[in-house]
Design a protein. Structure first.
Length: 122
């Protein structure tokens, strides 16, 4: 870290810090971090992106899209399900996954748009 990207003296706005800490305690920041942590894995990000492109995919579709075994795809889908990112339904012997709601699609699309903007500004 260079000296240019940190404060050169230690001082803080106590009122601002307390206000933000109070607001933070009202929110479930840990769960939000869990969502981003789940999406931080490249395969899980690919799965989420794939489900943004199609409303529903079976586990076998997902495995082929990400180039993995069905067992690996299932593992990633379970992780995404535990974080509330995807939901599933059974149809006979098949399990179909979809995004839990449109907020997840929005998060993925916003992140992709942001990344494109960052590349343009570099």
């Amino acid at each position: 870290m260079s000296q240019k990207d940190t404060c050169e003296i230690y001082c803080y706005d106590e009122a601002k810090v307390k206000r933000i800490q109070g607001e933070m305690h009202k929110e479930d920041i840990g769960s939000v971090a869990g969502i981003f942590k789940a999406l931080a894995d490249e395969n899980r990000a690919k799965i989420t992106y794939s489900l943004c492109q199609d409303d529903e995919l079976c586990v076998c579709d997902v495995a082929n899209i990400i180039g993995s075994t069905v067992a690996t795809a299932s593992h990633h889908l379970r992780t995404l399900h535990k974080q509330g990112i995807v939901k599933y339904r059974k149809e006979g012997k098949l399990a179909f996954y979809s995004l839990d709601d449109d907020h997840i699609r929005q998060l993925m699309m916003i992140a992709l748009t942001h990344k494109k903007e960052v590349k343009l500004n570099v």
